[in-house]
Design a binder for this molecule. Structure first.
Ligand code: ANZ
Length: 958
């Protein structure tokens, strides 16, 4: 760019160039920082400021905060940050007190892996990355209140993450009140007998360990022996997503076992219905709401008991209780506790009538069950559930009684039934369920048709190719002496059978959720330590608030320990456990000094982002998470926002479930416990699209540096060799990253901001094209030239009123841009500013001062630096940031009209006032509908209509 400009610069020393932009931008960024231009006053506390500003309507505008990656930012990252910044600036200029800031989500695996490789403490590398990113972000001129920024790794921040953990640990969910309460209230109820202790035991007679176990069943954060993906080869547990379809670790390809390990969990399932119901009040994209609904997965159905011998019952969950007469066998998940030796449903020998395919070739049921359980443990849930997969399983040797038909049905274990869903047991209805159908075929099990097929397959399932699963049909073969479902539709049949089961106490209607409790511990170093210690009996105690934050200890080795990859019986060893001085402590928790052992897992990296919006409000409060009055002011419920929350939250759609669900969950707990007034964290959610980039690959399919590719006659070449081009993600690995720094130094930050906003509607993905950036640079140059003389540097505006034409163009632009700003249509706002600017350029001559000022104000949210500079050059002293956004004068916004004559056979029959931009088709329709024209035609046949929009319509009729 500089090269192009050298000649021009000498001729026009005051032209807007990259060098001038760099100067203007740096100067104003410094001034804004010095002045605290973007500081938003709180109504009270250490950040209280101008009370008049705090009295304005508020807007809390937030981005999903970034992870400070070592690679820094590419131009795709700031898309959302620029958008919220433009929106926030417009809100400020329309009379709002605006809270806009950005922190860092800084715990996480990459820094830890880097530490494992290099020995650099994760804090050191993370902080260096943050510094780098801060510099990159500052260059963009984002209007953040920097007093409110923090990182999740700051001990003053994670002190409160730990504090919230303790709130959750010390709470239980009161199902009747549908509300979390302090665990002390539950203890009190147990103590005074107003609530029965499970098992009818006497609370006061229980030991400390027994009490802790009872409370563990209620606490909203609890440790349990959950089956998790344990990978001894890597020395860590893995998320489902990290396990391949054949049950091995994505990283390293080691075997992964389902192992019972003591892990912390969050009882998010207690909130399933509220997390579902409250979605209705949120202003979120429907697609995201749907993903959350599916994730929570509410299913209405029934629990039904099947008696096994006279010892006990198997309870199943079904959504098709209407098909109960068709249940011809049962399946338990391999991990189901009833299959354990102690439960005794597995007999010593195969009962009479056991078929060979059912036994898997094993001599006894116990052997068969054992072998199958081992096999199932080596598979991921996804793999077990795959529909196309061949069904496997084994007979347990047990039979259960179908409660309506009285038949003895064989009980299998099979991996297509998951322990984590429903009751971990199903009644199998092979005629009407596809998976049961496949299993029954493989294991030669009987099938009974109980829902009359609506096609012509007949009612003998042994002749069918697949199950008949429709809801749109009537029940058949479903009667006993007491109850008949025959002839009923599915819905009525469900109702009748549910009532019948409930009457007999062997079943009930129930709602089941797919949502599982949230596994909350990680065997990592770089995360928040749990504020939990164990006494000598292994009972968990919370640390008192005075001992928070519990800071991470120094360790010598950040890596997880690896074991024999094939030894499923090993236990993970956490990095924190290697610092014995830290782990073993003597503490006085209120009953004198005692020895304790610290929890050595850390929290998952979702924890810090579960509540950060609250800390932005009151970032330095050392007494409280957030002052209630401040929270109420920024986030409390109000008209149209019954559950409160952030006014606008912008981020990528990839966070549809986990982060957003976890954050909603924590808000609800804090709300229940009275710490905050907003039951939801984010009222309006907006997903920005992605900035994509072209990926160029050579003949071997390897990505080549995009910046070095040349285009010739529509083909692409790298070092003389032809390469292919496809649209993909932007990033280092695809060698196509463009950094904001490059664009800023070539054109300036205002150009980059405009270009990113002009690329297309904010919510759609768009390809980056460095060559197109110059278009927005030219717009800024023309804007500058309309106000500043490029040769002398003088402001050229005149104190004369503008002509009517200019006022129309101006007010139409103001009107359009104002609407676009509120609706986040920044691309069309830029188009309107461009149009106005072109109009002003074309009219020639100096601009009228008020027109120039309004033009600058219109552009200010999008291109704040140049606007600030021009605003000052126009003679103002206050910042453009706090000026009022222009308001359109309606008198100039209404379209001018022109008179159109309508002729019939050459004679004028009507005159219409129409828009000068009316189309031929619209004008013709308007003319033919005009009463005077209709009257003049008198029903005569129209032979031809000649339209010359906007002035003439000629009708040939008769
Ligand atoms: C009998 C039946 C007949 C079923 C029929 C379906 C169709 P959703 O809608 O996802 O809630 N099921 C229950 N628990 C299961 C588990 N732990 N693992 C695998 N499958 C399980 O699905 C509920 C249905 O999935 C239940 O209804 C049960 O099969 C099965 F014609 O019961 B059904």
């Amino acid at each position: 760019m500089t090269e192009i400009n050298t000649a021009a610069e000498t001729a026009a020393p005051h032209r807007y160039t990259a060098a001038m932009a760099a100067d203007i931008e740096a100067r104003w960024q410094d001034a804004w920082d010095a002045e605290g231009t973007y500081e938003a006053p709180n109504p009270t506390g250490d950040l209280a400021g101008d009370a008049a500003v705090a009295a304005r309507p508020k807007k809390f505008i937030m981005d999903m905060f970034p992870y400070p990656s070592g690679a820094g930012l590419h131009v795709g990252h700031p898309l959302g940050y620029i958008a919220t910044d433009v929106f926030a600036r417009h809100a400020r200029m329309t009379g709002h007190n605006v809270l806009h800031t950005l922190g860092f989500d800084a715990f996480g695996l990459p820094a830890e892996q880097y530490a494992v490789q290099t020995g650099t403490h994760p804090r050191v590398s993370t902080e260096a990355n943050m510094e780098n990113m801060k510099a990159q972000l500052r260059r963009l001129g984002l209007g953040h209140d920097k007093r409110r920024s923090f990182a999740t790794i700051d001990p003053e921040y994670y002190k409160w993450t730990q504090w919230i953990f303790l709130q959750i640990f010390n709470s239980w969910y009161d199902d009747e009140a549908k509300h979390a309460r302090p665990i002390a209230e539950l203890v009190e109820r147990f103590e005074n007998g107003t609530r029965e202790v499970p098992g009818g035991r006497d609370w006061n007679a229980l030991s400390a360990v027994e009490r802790a176990d009872v409370l563990g069943e209620y606490r909203l954060a609890y440790a349990s022996d959950a089956p998790v993906n344990w990978c001894p080869g890597l020395g860590t547990v893995l998320a489902n997503e990290e396990v391949t379809a054949d049950g091995r670790s994505e990283r390293g390809n080691f075997p992964v076992f389902k192992a019972k390990l003591r892990q912390w969990n969050m009882r998010i399932t207690a909130y399933a219905d509220r997390l579902l119901d409250d979605l209705d009040a949120l202003d979120w994209p429907e697609a995201i709401k749907l993903q959350q609904r599916n994730w929570i997965g509410r299913s209405e159905g029934a629990r039904v008991d099947f008696q096994v011998g006279d010892t006990g019952a198997i309870t199943v969950f079904t959504t098709r209780q209407d098909t109960l007469f068709g249940a011809t066998y049962m399946v338990l998940a391999p991990e189901h506790p009833l299959v354990d030796g102690a439960a005794k449903i597995v007999p010593a020998a195969w009962p009479e009538g056991t078929r060979e395919v059912w036994t898997g070739g094993h001599a006894t049921p116990a052997e068969a069950v054992d072998a199958y359980r081992k096999q199932a443990a080596a598979k991921s849930d996804v793999e077990r559930q795959a529909d196309a997969k061949e069904k496997t399983g084994v007979f347990t040797g047990a039979y259960a009684t179908n409660p309506v038909s009285g038949e003895q049905v064989p009980v299998f274990i099979a991996d297509y039934v998951l322990m984590g869903y429903g009751t971990g047991a199903i009644m199998a209805v092979p005629a009407h369920d596809a998976r049961d159908f496949a299993f029954a075929r493989a294991f030669e099990l009987p099938m009974r048709c109980v829902v009359e097929p609506s096609d012509d397959r007949g009612t003998d399932p042994s002749t069918w190719d697949d199950a008949f699963g429709s809801y749109e049909a009537k029940l058949i073969n479903s009667s006993n002496e007491d109850v008949t479902l025959d002839g009923l539709g599915v819905v009525e049949a469900k109702e009748r059978i549910t009532a019948w089961l409930a009457d007999r106490g062997i079943g009930e209607g129930t709602v089941n959720f797919r949502l599982r409790d949230w596994l909350f511990s990680r065997q990592r170093y770089w995360g928040e330590p749990f504020p939990i210690v164990y006494d000598e009996d292994g009972v968990a105690h919370s640390l008192p608030e005075s001992m928070l934050p519990l800071e991470l200890p120094e360790v010598e080795d950040y890596s997880p320990r690896t074991f024999d990859p094939d030894d499923a019986d090993t236990q993970p060893e956490t990095p924190l456990s290697r610092n014995e001085d830290w782990v073993n402590v003597t503490l006085d928790l209120g009953d004198g000094p005692k020895k304790y052992r610290r929890e050595t897992n850390t929290m998952p990296n979702w924890a810090g982002s579960c509540w950060y919006e609250l800390r932005y409000l009151d970032p330095h409060n050392s007494e409280k998470l957030v002052d209630p009055a401040i929270e109420q002011y920024w986030m409390g419920p109000r008209e149209g926002m019954p559950t409160g929350g952030v006014d606008l939250y912008v981020g990528g759609a990839e966070h549809a479930v986990l982060h957003l669900l976890y954050a909603r969950f924590w808000s609800k707990i804090l709300f229940d416990l009275g710490h905050i007034s907003s039951a939801e964290p984010f009222h309006k959610l907006y997903n920005q699209g992605m900035i994509q980039a072209f990926v160029y690959r050579d003949a071997r399919g390897i990505a080549v540096p995009a910046a070095e590719v040349e285009e010739r006659d529509g083909a692409f070449y790298y070092q003389g060799e032809k390469v292919s081009r496809v649209l993909g993600k932007m990033g280092k690995s695809l060698k196509n990253a463009v950094t904001p720094d490059e664009i800023c130094s070539e054109y300036g930050a205002d150009t980059l901001r405009l270009y990113e906003m002009a690329m297309g509607p904010l919510d759609v993905s768009r390809p980056w094209d460095t060559r197109a950036v110059v278009g927005q640079y030219r717009l800024l140059q023309r804007l500058w030239r309309n106000i500043v003389d490029e040769t002398t540097g003088e402001v050229t505006v005149v104190d004369e009123p503008a002509d009517e034409d200019t006022l129309r163009a101006l007010h139409k632009a103001i009107d359009g841009v104002s609407q676009d700003m509120v609706a986040m249509r920044f691309n069309t706002a830029i188009a309107k500013i461009t149009e106005l600017n072109n109009h002003l350029t074309k009219s020639g001559g100096a601009l009228s001062r008020p027109v120039a000022e309004q033009l600058v104000l219109l552009a200010a949210p999008l291109a704040p630096h140049i606007a600030e500079e021009l605003w000052h050059r126009l003679g103002h002293t206050g910042s453009v940031v706090h000026q009022d956004f222009p308001v359109a004068d309606p008198a100039y916004v209404v379209d001018e009209t022109v008179t159109c004559v309508v002729q019939i056979k050459g004679k004028v029959k009507a005159r219409l006032e129409v828009s000068p931009s009316i189309t031929d088709a619209d004008l013709e329709a308007l003319a033919l509908a005009d009463p005077a024209v209709v009257g003049a035609l008198g029903g005569a046949e129209i032979r031809k209509v000649i339209v010359r929009a906007p002035k003439l319509v000629n009708i040939v009729a008769g």
